[in-house]
Design a protein around this ligand. Structure first.
Ligand code: ATP
Ligand code: MG
Length: 367
């Protein structure tokens, strides 16, 4: 998948600007606060209809504008296609592909992106929520059904948490507790199957990438962990469901006492290790950054296997965190597919790439 051209009208700090991209590597450079991440954000929106920085469309609309428009020409599934997004705060956003109205979920059938931002550098060391988000975002793009189950799971989780917090004041809430617990067990069973199979593929794809990227033959491995009673997370949803119910029964009282949901896919994680040791505890700064990027590049391989095309890789401001050799890998050796990389001007990075260079200054793009 390739974004050939994008036009932004009243989007963030872009009044009316267009950019053309190379099908390979594109380095977007400029000083701080000029619009580099905003440009990446607009490309990301082509794949999800949403920003990775805010849930509120009004923040995306340029100051002084009442609406914001993103128009793009993309090449996907061997076709040239056009995407139009119109954001009007207070109204549902309008999404069109080749002039036909689409939902945000349907955009994933046209464009996929893999984003790596400075926040993702914490993927290895931070809490499990980051790693679950990685799985959720990726699987949702590949399997729209997953996004539906996840939304249902989150709805049940919120309800159940409210019951567990408030039942002492309102004992009647307990009438529906078991129903919510059962719904969460069912939804968890399905999420777990998807996540386990995704994690296994990610592990397989990430290991060789990390070996090359680290240059030191480091062995990266990823292992999915879930509810302790689940013996095989790749078993049928029915089998997993029974095993989760077992956990639920054992923890019912503890949930009431603690006021927290203790059973379900909301506690899943990915155990990441380098050379057999837990990366979370032992990896150096550089190792954790490299491992995080390897995981993202592995995600790209899964998209390729699923859709027959590489997704667009968006790398926001990550180069400065890497040493020269690792920078060189990112700039020139990520094969296949299109990459958009943002960086700050003073690092000379734009001279070290064979790709296209775009210069961003105060909401204008040159290159
Ligand atoms: P850095 O190198 O610091 O990451 P950047 O070039 O990535 O900088 P952006 O995040 O793209 O910077 O933001 C560029 C500018 O856009 C900022 O000054 C920001 O305040 C401004 N901006 C953000 N939202 C809007 C908006 N809705 N309307 C107008 N300007 C906005
Ligand atoms: Mg930025």
């Amino acid at each position: 998948m390739i974004v050939r051209k994008i036009a932004l009208n009243g989007f963030r700090n872009y009044e009316w600007e267009t950019a053309e991209f190379d099908p390979g590597t594109n380095v977007i450079y400029g000083q701080n606060a000029q619009g580099k991440t905003n440009l990446l954000e607009s490309v990301y929106m082509l794949s999800t209809g949403r920003s990775f920085r805010t849930r509120f469309d009004k923040e995306l609309v340029g100051f002084g504008y009442s609406s914001s428009e993103i128009l793009a020409e993309v090449s996907s599934h061997e076709r040239e296609q056009t995407i139009r997004l119109l954001l009007q705060p207070g109204q549902t956003k309008k999404i069109q592909v080749n002039g036909v109205r689409k939902t945000a979920g349907e955009l994933a059938e046209v464009v996929n992106t893999v984003l790596f931002s400075p926040d993702d550098l914490n993927l290895i060391k931070e809490g499990a929520a980051q790693r679950r988000r990685l799985m959720d975002q990726a699987i949702s793009q590949i399997r729209p059904r997953y996004a539906e189950i996840l939304a249902e799971f989150n709805r049940l989780y919120e309800h159940k948490t409210r019951i567990l917090k408030d039942w002492r004041e309102k004992p009647s809430l307990l009438d529906t507790l078991d129903e919510f617990s059962d719904g969460m067990c069912r939804a968890s069973a399905q999420l777990i199957r998807y996540r386990a199979s995704f994690a296994a593929r990610l592990d397989e794809a990430a290991a060789p990438i990390h070996r090359e990227f680290s240059g030191e033959g480091e062995e990266l491995s990823l292992r999915y962990t879930t509810v302790s009673t689940v013996t095989d997370p790749c078993a049928s949803a029915k089998e997993i469901y029974y095993e989760i119910c077992e956990h639920q029964e054992k923890h019912r009282q503890a949930e009431l006492d603690s006021g927290q949901c203790l059973t379900g896919a909301h506690k899943d994680d990915l155990d990441i290790s380098i050379n057999g040791r837990a990366a979370r505890s032992y990896a150096s700064q550089g190792q954790t950054r490299t491992a995080a990027l390897s995981v993202k590049l592995a995600e790209r391989e899964i998209f390729l296997a699923e859709t027959g095309e590489y997704p667009i890789l968006l790398l926001d401001d990550v180069l400065s965190e890497l040493d020269m050799r690792r920078q060189e890998f990112v700039l020139n050796r990520i094969g296949g597919g299109q990459t958009l990389i943002t960086c700050c001007e003073d690092e000379g990075i734009s001279r070290r790439t064979g790709g296209k260079v775009l210069f961003v200054e105060n909401g204008r793009i040159r290159g």
